[in-house]
Design a binder for this molecule. Structure first.
Ligand code: PLP
Length: 404
């Protein structure tokens, strides 16, 4: 990994803020975009822009072919069996809402149960909670141990004949914990229960093979993997997607429309109503090529070094409390310093040029469980450096002096 060369690909990283070099450590919220991704979007709008699937003319055919080529690239990236299992969405949130709505209608009835965990982002919690409320089903929530790891015994004990789905995050956006998803999926499948994995924080840090994992659904957002906002993916096993009803109605998702009824298009188009974000998908395609160029194994190994270095250096700060200390962790650290409010820490280090996220990180049930108002979260990408970690540690030390 030639970090200087990599950083040169990301124009935004070379700027100064408050007369200091920007240190961007908010990658779990959204990653920055390399020149290759920006160029792909510009190229699309300068040369190829057109609505897809419906036209016979040159531009429409070209844009359609590029869109379907991107779908083939996504299929390969996560090793799905077929492109009909790759549905383009706005992002992880829309993918999760799609499954909650459509799977819920097809398979969940009063008295049934859905299992999730206390470490979920609201996007993988509220849709299930609301779907269960609507359908008279029960949402069961597995807890965590003091290291911030899923309580597997509790989760195992929840699997029963009434369970219709397990919906779990691959990687916690607060704790960094990498869940043993393969083991959990195998266990749920023993009971014939399908499993959805929220991969919003997984796919940018770890190699993902949905066939090897054997998950039934996997969701992610392009903008957290160096692609633009507004383009994401739902992977689903064909047998479920075939049985599930459409999520939204409109153009492209139909086969034939009559006055009194409609027949629906084949997969994946049945779930892609309306004009999609073609430009965004061009960016997603370019981002995957970029990640493949670096190699997901190399990215994971480098980010792991950054995580270990940051954890060690931050540990030297007095009164620091970490949230999430699993041995299986993605590259983020969540912490509090003494009784200092996380917003205060975030505001002060912002003025030193350092961007971290503070607050509940869209995980209010987890904050309640931990009895804290929020955390400071520094999340690292492959373009971050050890020097930037040093700058973070120095800034946190200064903030602590000023605020204690
Ligand atoms: N799931 C997890 C674990 C996340 O971290 C996030 C965003 O932070 C989401 C889902 C939602 O992603 P988006 O807002 O891109 O739809």
């Amino acid at each position: 990994m030639d970090i200087n060369k990599i950083r040169a690909d990301f124009p935004i990283l070379s700027q100064q803020i408050y007369n200091r070099p920007l240190v961007y450590l908010d990658n779990a919220a959204s990653t920055q975009k390399p020149r290759q991704v920006i160029d792909a979007i510009v190229k699309y709008y300068e040369h190829d822009n057109c609505n897809i699937h419906r036209g016979v003319h040159y531009l429409s055919v070209k844009a359609t072919e590029a869109y379907e080529e991107a779908r083939r690239e996504v299929r390969q990236f996560i090793n799905a069996k077929s492109t009909c299992e790759i549905i383009f969405t706005k992002g992880a949130t829309e993918s999760l809402n799609l499954v909650a709505s459509s799977f819920g209608k097809q398979y969940v009835k009063a008295g049934d149960e859905v299992i999730t965990s206390i470490m979920e982002h609201h996007s993988n919690f509220v849709p299930w909670q609301q779907m269960c409320l609507e359908r008279g089903a029960t949402l069961r929530v597995a807890g965590i141990n003091p290291q911030g790891e899923l309580d597997l015994d509790e989760l195992k004990g929840m699997l029963n004949g009434k369970t219709r789905l397990v919906a779990l995050t691959h990687v916690s956006n607060v704790l960094g914990t990498i869940n043993p998803v393969k083991e959990i999926i195998a266990l749920a499948h023993l009971h014939g229960i399908p499993v959805l994995i929220d991969g919003a924080q997984g796919v940018s840090h770890l190699p993902v093979d949905v066939q090897e994992m054997d998950c039934d659904f996997y969701c992610f957002s392009g903008h957290k993997m160096y692609a633009p906002m507004g383009a994401g993916v739902l992977y689903g096993k064909e047998k479920f997607l075939e049985e599930m009803p459409p999520y939204q109605m409109g153009g492209e998702m139909i086969k034939d429309v009559y006055l009194d009824h409609t027949t629906f298009n084949e997969l994946p188009f049945k779930f892609e109503a309306g004009t999609p974000n073609v430009g965004g998908v061009m960016g997603l395609h370019a981002a995957i090529l970029y990640l493949n160029g670096l190699g997901m194994e190399n990215i994971a190994a480098y980010e792991d070094q950054l995580l270990k270095y940051a954890t060690e250096k931050l540990s030297a700060i007095n009164d620091i409390r970490f949230f999430g200390t699993s041995r299986h962790k993605a590259s983020l650290v969540s912490f509090l310093i003494g009784n200092i409010h996380p917003y205060d820490t975030g505001m002060i280090i912002d003025k030193m040029g350092i961007a971290v996220r503070t607050g509940h990180h869209c995980a209010m049930p987890l904050m309640d469980y931990l009895k804290i108002p929020g955390t400071v979260r520094a999340s690292f990408a492959f373009y971050n450096t050890f020097e930037e970690v040093d700058q973070l540690v120095a800034a946190i030390g200064k903030a602590r002096e000023m605020l204690s």
